[in-house]
Design a protein. Structure first.
Length: 93
């Protein structure tokens, strides 16, 4: 190998290691997934992590009622009329 090819190889290797060091500069650990061992172990030993109610596939409700609610949401009913105002001009006892 010539001296120039060795120099180019060393420069490329130095540039690549500088990028990796910069990328991991803000982390205190070697891997990005470190620090979750307690959570991982508790999830690993959970017998049934799903909620028992999640297996219930029957939806209790009325489709017509849900459609009416959606329709009222899209097109709200008109506001109620304003109350009539009465003015007494004199005392008629």
């Amino acid at each position: 190998m010539s001296r120039n090819s060795v120099l180019i190889l060393v420069l490329c290797a130095g540039a690549l290691t500088g990028c990796a060091a910069d990328y991991l500069n803000n982390y205190d650990t070697v891997t990005l997934a470190a620090g979750d061992t307690q959570k991982f172990n508790s999830m690993l030993q959970t017998v049934d992590p799903l909620n028992p109610a999640s297996k219930n596939t029957t939806i209790e409700g009325d489709g017509e009622r849900a459609a009416g609610v959606a329709k009222r949401y899209k097109i709200p009913p008109p506001p109620p009329p304003a109350p009539s105002i009465t003015v007494n001009v004199g005392n008629t006892n």
